[in-house]
Design a protein around this ligand. Structure first.
Ligand code: UDP
Length: 237
């Protein structure tokens, strides 16, 4: 078996990663592809905690901009992340990987509550842990939840798996001349206002010195990162 660069990581997926070509909803083929990728990493012996966004179903800030109470909208957003988590759990278990959804908002008929020690125990036993419902608090994002859970669960890195290859100086989808960074410091990300993760998440990772690796979810790059290959962008102290 190849040498793994990390023993335990937190992987952050945006909700849109599950939506396929459309930006909305859960596309079963796309979820199957994403889960095959994650299952392969688990097969390699990697301990995996996942945080999945909810933007493919509901984003609190968009509805609050249209007049909805921000907290109510954010609670809807958090519930959307639970739907995504259950969809991903279902597919991962089809690949033969025991997976537990642990929610920051109690939904005992659907999933376990998030209890740090329980999450750690699942990871030690080789189960994939999906941390759902963000931080459980409105006015936060799932990026911040990823940083928070990553610290709590003693993950060695946060892997932000995206639709693009890394962090660029401008949007690579609309700018042909966009240049990708190989390495950035946390301070550079904050000063240049680069869209890696939101500033609360970046600050948490900076204070606790946990690197963020940004790479392409759909090209097998997460595997390469785990094996220590030189792909994507690393953000570190
Ligand atoms: N959310 C929240 N608190 C959290 C995490 C998420 O209120 O700790 C809500 C917020 O409304 C957010 C939505 O859940 O818009 C979906 O999460 P996010 O936008 O981070 O998902 P992504 O963009 O990664 O799909």
């Amino acid at each position: 078996m190849s040498e793994l660069r990390f023993k335990r990581v937190l992987i952050k997926l945006s909700g849109e990663a599950l939506a396929g070509d459309g930006k909305f909803g859960i596309d079963p083929d796309t979820v199957a592809g994403v889960c095959a990728e994650i299952a392969e990493l688990a097969d390699m012996g990697l301990q995996i905690a996942l945080v999945i966004g909810g933007g493919n179903i509901f984003r609190g800030i968009s509805s609050s901009a249209k007049g909805m109470d921000r907290s109510s909208a954010d609670y809807m957003g958090m519930m959307a992340t639970v739907m995504n988590a259950v969809a991903v759990q279902d597919h991962l278990e089809k690949h033969g990987h025991p997976t537990r959804v642990l929610s920051a908002i109690t939904m005992q008929e659907v999933c376990e509550p998030y209890i740090r020690r329980r999450a750690e125990r699942h990871l030690e036993k080789g189960r994939i842990v999906i941390c759902a419902a963000g931080t459980g608090n409105p006015f936060f994002t799932t990026d911040t939840a990823a940083a928070l859970r990553g610290m709590e669960l003693k993950c060695q890195a946060i892997i932000k798996a995206t639709k693009v290859d890394g962090v660029y100086d401008k949007d690579p989808v609309t700018n042909d001349d966009a240049v990708m960074f190989k390495s950035l410091s946390f301070i550079e990300v904050l000063q240049k206002n680069l869209r890696v993760m939101d500033s609360t998440a970046i600050s948490l990772c900076m204070e606790n010195n946990v690197p963020i690796l940004v790479c392409n979810l759909f090209k097998g790059d997460v595997r390469k990162v785990i094996l220590g290959e030189d792909v994507g962008t690393i953000v570190h102290g």
